[in-house]
Each structure stands twice: as C-alpha cells, then as structure tokens.
Design a protein around this ligand. Structure first.
Ligand code: AMP
Length: 585
C-alpha cells in the first residue's frame, strides 16, 4: 500500500515535525520519534451529492410512477416521473436562454403542483438557486424578501396574480414573470414581461447538462421569520439536500418506499415540503399534490381517490380533515401513517387518528434551518412495550433524532444537561443539513464554538432519546404553522396615543396551536378599550396576525437589559383563556 503513489498521508509525513510536547531533560533523545503519518485517502468513487441525481434516478428506475396534481385551475391531472424529468429539462433550457447562470436566484410563489416541481428541478439541476416564497406573508414582506434575494425570475400560481400586480414595480431585480398555467388561463394583465409556463417551455429541448458542479453549490433558498428581526434566508446546498433526503428516507424518519402513495400537504415553501419533494422521487413513491385546496373535503378526496398511504402536514390541516370525517362518517381504510409537525400535536388529533381511524401518527419537530427534519416520534422497543397511556405520552413528545442529526440540551452557560426527561434548557443541534450561517450573513455568527446551532426552543431529552419542547425562547408566535412577528404587532400597538408599552405573546389554541394575546400598559391617566386598540391595528398587519384579545396591565415587566420579559408574561398569563377558543371547538 505504501508504494501506491501520492496520497495526503505522504505529504503530511514530509512536513517538518512540530514542536514536541515537553518531556523531562535527558529523556527526549532516547525516545523514538512519534509516527507522523496523516490519514490515508479512501479509494472510492467521487460521486458529487447533487439533486439532479435524485430526479435522474426516478426517471431511470421509476419513470412510469404517477404524479397526480389537483391543479390550481381546478381539474386533477396526471403525469409521471419521466414527464417530470423531461419537462424539468425544458425549464432548464428556458432559463439558460434567459441568461440564467449558476447561483442566480429563481423564485416561486406557488402551491404544491407538478409545474412547481418542474420549475424546482429545472432550476436546481443547472446550479441556479430555487427560492420558495411564502405566499401567506403580507405583499410588502414578499417584496422585501425578493429584493434581499435579488431574484431574477418569479414563477407563480394564478391565485397569486393580485400579489404580483401589487409588488411588480417594487422588485427591480425581477426581469421575468412566469405564471404557472397555460394560455387559456393566463390572467389579464398589462405586464409585458409576463409569460405562461407552457409558453415558457414550449419547443425547448430536453438536451441539457445537469449537475457537473461541486456538491457544495447552493441549491435552494427559503426565508424564515422564525427569529427576531428581518426574515433570514437559509441557503441549502446540493450536498445538504441530498444528505437530508437520505436522513428522511430512514425507516424511523419519513420512511417511505416505492409502494407508497405520498401526499405532502405541507407546502414546498415550508422547507422543501419537509424534504418530500426529494424523498418521494428518490424512492419512487407515487406523488399526490394538493394544489391550493387544503380543506377537509378536498384532502379526503385525494386520500381516498388516490389511495394515499402516507401524508404530512401541520396540525391545523388535520383538524379540518378530522372535522370533515366526523361530520360525514367517512373512514380512512388505506392511510397508514401521518407525520404531523411544525407545531405541537394536540392529544385529541393523535388519539382521533390512532384510535378512530387506525392511522399511525408520527410527531415531528424541525425547522427551516434544519432542512427541516430534526426529530420524529417513531417508536422504540422499550416504548411499545409500555401501556397505551404511556405510549401516548411518548408520542406527544417531539421525537428522536434520526442518524444525521446531533442534538443536546444545554444550560445558559452552554453546559450539557442530563438526558433525564426533566432538565429543560436550550435545544441546540448540529449536522450536515443544518445551516451554518444565513444568506448574506444576516444575523452574523449563528453557531457556538462546537458548531451547534441554537434552535430557540426550550426542551428536555429523556434517557430513551425522546425530546420534548417545553417552551420557546424566540420572540415569535406560531399560528397554523406560520409565524407571526410579536415585535411588529408591538411596534404598531405602541403607536396608539394611549399606549405606554405593549407585548404580544402566543397562547395555546386548539385550532391554530397558538394565537396572539396583546398585553397593553396604558399611559398614566389615559384610557382605551380593546376595540379601539384592535381598530388601530386594522390594516397595519395581516388579518390573521390580529390579536385574539387585548389584556390591560398596570405594568409590563422588563428584564435586566430593558427588554420585555416575555417569560414572566407567559407565566402570568398561562391560565388565560382566549375568547376565540370556544368558537373553535
Ligand atoms: P419553521 O422554521 O417555520 O419550520 O419553524 C420551526 C419552529 O417551529 C421550531 O423551532 C419550533 O419552535 C416550532 N415547531 C416545529 N415543530 C414543532 C413541534 N412538533 N412541536 C412544537 N414546536 C414545533
């Protein structure tokens, strides 16, 4: 082996010896020199981990497998992985014809549909960056994000045409608008740089070079509002997406196979539909895409009509489905597994699926910065051996890490806390699909000295490896799987002439997981009613950001640095019931 030419080990051996560790006088010369051989390089193939390999694999091995879409225009349409492969290549050529280069950002404002996935692979596979925009944000926020990302193209669904008309003059980097439809459904518009998707790819060749770049090349971009301050971009690489796909394909993670029919209700703009836009083609599963409709009846129609075996979404979607099933008496004979995450799974959703419909619930936790899978609540032998009520307690925890994610809970000084199921602290994570910085370095350094990322969640870990979120340290509220910025609400509220200080906190809600409560401290001698405060906020924030209630206090507690002490407020209001709760039940 040593005679087999140069390797990094040979090079290392030739380097001058570094200063030796101190030894007792007279002893050093008698000691043999320590071996200084470097690591030997393995002799396996260099196969860059790029996502074109995923779709090429699906084309070659599962070309006939179906993709079913409820189109935004209405009808349910069918295609295959072979069609997806060919049409994605046409997208690549259309982008190249526009002059798109590696690293250019191509945005989508779109539901889960076949055309969206065609845009997805067509962009990524030539080394451009697919940037998913969240259409649930306020138009001003979407424009801000496009400007920050400097997107050159926006592909969007017809439902979002009003947003496009509202922002088109505020986003100078965008040179091309492509509406994801055909000529018959093209919206009326005076925009001269607007084309339909079918027009865009018509006549384009399928002959294009995919891949052929370093696996660390940027691949996807997704902004998160889940932190304080402006939204921040998470820039996935080809390598991180491929490794995340492999992480998700583990049996105890997403664990799907070629016999599955998979319905990702979770949108592609929520961190790659939790990776399913990659893992479904990677395993050759039939893919069912829900388009714009996520109400109980529409989702049931797909689950039943397409014989879906596996699905994934936030709790709010499942609440709507369960209400529909209860009202109609319909059953779920084919569905075997549902992954629920993005917010904590309410016990009644877990019990309804498992006890009334025999569907296994996997509670998942993750975040945009983690691509997003962090932990999943699949069972282990010691847990399944326990009685049903104990099993339910474990299932309500946020789950165990799959291989490829490292996780620990630390105190304020960064010291690891015991895995005893009680000690709660900052949840920190590390792994090949975890962000090391935000796009354009927004927010600066985000890792600790050991390379761990602080999730902003407060949690405990138990001896069997299950993690449980107990609180959230970050200053945002999560409603129906979407972030509400408490700071934005507070900033507007303190603009009211009678308000001295204001704090928005999230309180538990059975339908939306959390809803905002606005806590107001009035100026001395001033008066204001709940209605006056809410009227004042009207039009300044998105409707679904409106606080569900306003509570007046004499004094809003401040922490040592003068910031509002949200932990203290959450403690004070922990038994508070929002007036909207009864309406939701
Ligand atoms: P996002 O980046 O939008 O996916 O949000 C990630 C954050 O959502 C996490 O840091 C948690 O605060 C919250 N989250 C995600 N999944 C869960 C869950 N299963 N239970 C509780 N909180 C969750």
């Amino acid at each position: 082996m040593f005679g087999m030419g140069k390797n990094k080990g040979d090079k290392k051996q030739a380097e001058p010896a570094k200063a030796a560790a101190p030894v007792a006088p007279g002893v050093a010369s008698a000691m043999p020199a320590p071996l200084k051989r470097g690591p030997m390089e393995g002799m396996m193939q260099d196969w860059p981990l790029t996502v074109d390999k995923i779709i090429t694999h699906a084309y070659l091995n599962h070309g006939h497998q179906e993709i079913v879409t409820r189109t935004v225009e209405g009808p349910i349409v069918r295609s295959t992985y072979a069609d997806l492969y060919r049409r994605s290549r046409q997208v690549s050529n259309a982008l190249i014809a526009d002059g798109v280069q590696k690293g250019d950002r191509i945005a989508t404002l779109a539901w889960n549909t076949t055309r969206h996935i065609e845009t997805w692979y067509g962009t990524m596979c030539i080394g451009a960056v697919l940037h998913t925009l969240n259409p649930r944000l306020f138009p001003e926020q979407i424009a801000w994000i496009i400007n920050h990302a400097e997107d050159t193209h926006v592909f969007y669904d017809i439902t979002f045409h009003p947003i496009v008309e509202a922002i088109k003059d505020k986003v100078p980097s965008v040179k091309h608008w492509i509406v994801l439809t055909d000529a018959a459904h093209k919206p009326q518009s005076a925009m001269t740089n607007l084309r339909t998707f079918e027009e865009y790819i018509a006549g384009k060749s399928t002959d294009v070079v995919w891949g052929d770049f370093d696996e660390n090349t940027a691949c996807g971009l997704c902004y998160t509002s889940g932190t304080t301050g402006d939204p921040k971009g998470v820039l996935y690489s080809h390598r991180s997406n491929v490794l995340h796909t492999l992480i998700g394909m583990q049996y105890d993670a997403i664990g799907i196979g070629a016999r599955d029919t998979v319905l990702p209700v979770v949108p592609m703009f929520h961190a790659n539909a939790w990776g399913i836009a990659f893992s479904a083609p990677a395993v050759g599963a039939k893919l069912v895409l829900p388009g714009a409709k996520m109400d109980g009846e529409s989702i049931y129609e797909l689950l039943d009509g397409e014989k879906v075996s596996f699905t994934a979404a936030v709790p709010t979607v499942w609440l709507m489905l369960l209400q529909y099933l209860e009202a109609t008496g319909k059953k779920l004979p084919i569905l075997t597994k549902v992954v629920i995450g993005g917010s904590a799974v309410p016990e009644r959703i877990l019990r309804a699926f498992e006890e009334n419909y025999e569907v296994e619930v996997i509670h998942a936790w993750g975040m945009t910065e983690m691509s997003p899978l962090g932990s999943l609540g699949s069972m282990t032998s010691p847990v399944v051996a326990k009685d049903r009520e104990t099993v339910v307690r474990y299932k309500l925890k946020q789950g165990r890490v799959p291989f490829g994610v490292e996780m620990k809970v630390v105190d304020d000084n960064g010291r690891e806390l015991p895995r005893d199921g009680k000690s709660a602290g900052h949840l920190v994570v590390r792994g090949p699909a975890v962000a090391k910085a935000y796009f354009k370095n927004a927010g600066g350094q985000i890792l600790d000295k050991d390379g761990f990322f602080d999730t902003g969640d407060v949690a405990n870990l138990c001896e069997l490896g299950y993690m449980q979120i107990t609180d959230r340290a970050k200053d945002v509220i999560k409603s129906g799987g979407e972030w509400i910025s408490s700071i934005d609400i507070e900033n507007f509220a303190v603009g009211h002439p009678s308000v001295a200080n204001a704090a928005a906190i999230g309180l538990p809600h059975p339908k939306w997981d959390e809803r905002p409560l606005l806590i107001v401290q009035l100026k001395p001698g001033a008066t204001a009613t709940k209605e006056e405060i809410l009227n004042f906020l009207n039009g300044k924030i998105a409707k679904w950001w409106m606080p569900d209630d306003v509570a007046f206090v004499d004094n809003i507690p401040l922490g040592a640095t003068g910031k509002i002490n949200k932990l203290a407020l959450r403690e004070t209001f922990k038994a508070y019931t929002l007036p909207t709760i009864q309406a939701a039940e």
